[in-house]
Ligand binder design. Structure first.
Ligand SMILES: Cc1cc2nc3c(=O)[nH]c(=O)nc-3n(C[C@H](O)[C@H](O)[C@H](O)COP(=O)(O)OP(=O)(O)OC[C@H]3O[C@@H](n4cnc5c(N)ncnc54)[C@H](O)[C@@H]3O)c2cc1C
Length: 464
């Protein structure tokens, strides 16, 4: 493996070996002689959940852009996941997208994603990272704090304790420490302890509750369809997601904003699914065999820490993944944002150590701006969600409502939207005059196709 001259003989340490930490380790291995992942959990058997990633029990979409980067980092990953039972295919043709009470017209969009359980994806990525000759992981290891130079200008390592009886605190020296410890990251407090300011936190509260359960997938369940996404609206704050996964299973998540939630048992999930905008998910689960007990998870807010705005930041230290920004997960962005950040980290490291944190946080900030604006912008449609609603946010939300209406009849409009959702195109692309014209036409009644009868699972190619 070729290493950058700048980092020859040097060691990087990553706090947290979830998707953010693993993707960071993958690119750090391109530059550093040695990369050490520190994870407080023990790694479970492939495909099994673990405590530090409770979100593994819930629907976990990998967006097209994130998948493309993961495949670049780990050539052959998609084929491997498919060989283990994951579903890889077109995000429009094989899925049903419900917005504003109607179903987008499916078509062959050319945008591909993969349906796989979060634990299996993480296990496969972890296996590939740990197969790199210069990467090692220490499981059952809690990071307690940072080590630094006497003037606190540079982080020089971490203080750790192993989760074994009789363990004592140890010091682990590093030339670069990357915090990928997730939303609960203690970096703000650690920085303060070193005499730096805490970053400004931008937060938009959504009070989301997820309830999820796995079911056995049968051939008669919406044939030809591997995903159903029912977005919420101020009229109906219920979200429903059904995703296929390996092992002939469905992962079904129902969620609600601001206290709206399912009773966390099978009857409660069924009742909640019955109240979604369309019966497609209800019809699958009403007679399906549950393969797990319903699990719940609360997500209080979208949360972004503005390290890019700090006047002072120690050398030898970075923050990425959910520790930097964690989003309302209904948009499925977190892992893909971590993947984009890992690509940015690779670029920044290729340019050496000089002003590394400043350069990385600037690039990461640009990456986060896009999913942040789409997630928060959409959440602000709910009158109860507090946040700044300027004229532009109101106009975009009005326009997107019209877009969803047109997309029920016009697959070109739907694909424009799905490219943005999958982080393949930037949000302004749905405002391109070509798309605006079609949105207008779709709303004026000059409709181009017949409306899909969603629960029939019609074949996309027939509709275009
Ligand atoms: C309910 C839910 C659903 C989601 N759905 C999606 C989705 O559909 N698509 C998507 O892309 N993303 C989704 N996400 C987000 C996604 O899971 C994260 O973005 C992704 O895991 C990357 O996060 P991360 O690795 O930065 O942090 P995390 O996944 O939170 O991992 C942090 C890791 O650090 C370890 N750790 C923490 N503190 C320490 C310490 N002091 N010492 C040692 N180890 C430590 C933890 O054990 C854990 O392994 C969802 C999140 C939630 C909560």
């Amino acid at each position: 493996m070729a290493h950058s001259k700048t980092f020859a003989g040097k060691r990087a340490v990553v706090i947290g070996a979830s998707m953010g930490g693993l993707l960071a380790a993958r690119v750090l291995a391109n530059h550093f002689e040695q990369v050490t992942l520190l994870e407080r959990d023990s790694f479970p058997a492939a495909g099994e959940n673990r405590k530090g990633v409770p979100q593994g029990r819930h629907a976990h979409a990998v967006l097209a852009q994130g998948l493309t980067i993961m495949e670049k980092h780990f050539p052959g990953l998609i084929d491997r996941l498919v060989s283990l039972g994951a579903d890889y295919g077109d995000v429009s043709e094989l899925a049903r997208w419900y917005h504003e009470g109607g179903c987008h017209q499916p078509t062959r969009s050319g945008i591909n994603a993969i349906n796989v359980s979060r634990p299996l994806l993480e296990a496969e990525v972890r296996a590939r990272v740990l197969a790199l000759p210069n990467v090692q992981a220490v499981e059952g290891c809690d990071v307690l704090g940072l080590l630094s130079t006497p003037d606190n200008g540079r982080v020089t390592g971490v203080r750790i304790i192993r989760r074994k009886a009789g363990s004592a605190e140890e010091s682990l020296m590093a030339d670069l420490v990357v915090d990928a410890s997730g939303r609960g990251s203690r970096t703000p407090a650690w920085l303060e302890g070193l005499g730096y300011e805490r970053p400004l936190e931008e937060e938009v509260k959504v009070g989301l509750t997820y309830t999820s359960c796995q079911y056995r997938r049968k051939p008669e369940h919406i044939p030809g369809v591997n995903a159903v996404i029912m977005a919420s609206s101020p009229e109906n704050p219920r979200v429903g997601v059904l995703l296929s996964m390996e092992g002939n299973r469905w992962m079904v998540t129902v969620a609600g904003y601001l206290g709206v939630q399912a009773t966390p048992d099978h009857a409660g999930m069924l009742e909640y699914a019955r109240g979604l905008d369309d019966p497609a998910i209800y019809q699958v689960i009403k007679d399906a065999e549950p393969l797990s007990e319903p699990a719940t998870h609360k997500i209080p807010s979208n949360l972004r820490r503005r390290y890019d705005r700090l006047a002072r930041f120690p050398q030898g230290y970075l923050v990425m993944g959910d520790a930097l920004a964690s989003f309302n997960p209904v948009y499925g962005q977190g892992m893909s944002v971590a993947a984009l950040e890992s690509a940015a980290l690779d670029d920044c490291l290729a340019q050496g150590d000089d002003r590394l944190a400043e350069r990385f946080f600037k690039q990461a900030g640009k990456i986060i701006d896009i999913p942040w604006s789409t997630a928060v912008g959409n959440d602000l449609r709910f009158p109860e969600v507090a946040g700044p609603r300027n004229g532009m946010v109101r106009f975009i939300n009005w326009y997107i409502g019209k877009l969803h209406h047109a997309a029920q009849y016009d697959p070109v409009v739907s694909v424009a939207f799905l490219k943005v959702v999958n982080l393949v195109e930037p949000p302004p692309s749905v405002m391109h005059p070509r798309i605006m014209w079609r949105v207008l036409r779709g709303n004026l009644g000059s409709r181009t196709g017949k409306q899909l009868v969603p629960s029939e699972g019609a074949v996309a190619a027939d509709m275009v």
